[in-house]
Design a protein around this ligand. Sequence first.
Ligand code: FEO
Length: 387
Amino acid sequence: MNVSDNIAYVGVNDHDIDLFEGQYDVRANGMSYNSYVVFGDEKIAVTDTVDVHFTDEWLANLDSALAGRTPDYLIVHHMEPDHSASIAVFMERYPEATIVASAPAFKMMVAYFGTDYPERKLVVKEGATLELGGRSLTFIGAPNVHWPEVLFSYVPEDKVLFSADGFGKFGALDSEDPEGWASEARRYYFGIVGKFGKNVQAVLKKAAKLDIAHICPLHGPVLSENLGYYLDLYNTWSSYEPEDKGVTIAYSSVYGNTKQAALELADALKARGQEVSVFDLARDDMSEAVENAFRYDRLVLASITYAGSIFPHMSTFLHTLAEHAYQNRRVALVEAGSWAPMAAKVMRSQLEAMKDIDICENVVTVRGAVNDETRTQVEALAEELAR
Ligand code: FEO
């Protein structure tokens, strides 16, 4: 699975992991931690390491790719432990190697490994070039894509962009993903990088000046064809523009009445030709609900009133949207409350703190069971959302 004649893949697949970064369910398809070797005529550079549980497998891959040669450099694009955990082992194994990273990455090395390898370090920043003989890496600052120390790098001779977490995706490389690249790449983007849209936009502008044939991320497949498709999606996602027209309905229900209102609204929208996806925030994967909220141009929030506020799962969902800079969407409210409905008011106040959220005029209020009055409100809201 080499990228070019001079760039080898030495990453690993993780099928043991349940929750990536402690929260994203990847049990279905696992995760990959990508690492590469760039062979110059004179020097050899390894880019990044892997998760601590796969150090031995990675070293075996490295041995196989090196075929008896010794690496001269370890390039650290990103210090998060899914990529940096094997740095100390590498540095011990190859005592002649120099470690190449940004200044903030070296500070993190002290925190993680108790040293920044002062005798063996090379600090690089935007525009610096590392010559390997016939090949070179030019570094591109990519702060906050996803951590502040992140660098991308570009090999002009092979037209290769090493993009750190950018253009990454959930799923091991030996797993088939029937939904294609975009679905799990979108869930990954909005979960992990999405909050940093401005930073992604900044690095996309730099990438636009490069002639790129291969994008090599730290997770997911190397992208080598139809790169405009991936770059366009990243531009849409990072500018907070909706990708598709459609309605995401996210509900929190206890006895099923709010759920019924949500499902009847879904039917009313489908009857009007709208694309709809529905999520039970207590039972469905919330990161998929977040992904869909960003994907589509409209969102419906349906929650019971709970302790004078909203149900905990809805509270978490709204908090997650705010944390990921949710903006520039049309949102509708459905509430339930048997004696003093408060959910719409609480959700509205949280939405008003977000940027460019257009809240629908019609609100559905379920007082107990869904009845004719509720259905009239559901129809009115469906009409407004479909307009
Ligand atoms: Fe894949 Fe931000 O680490």
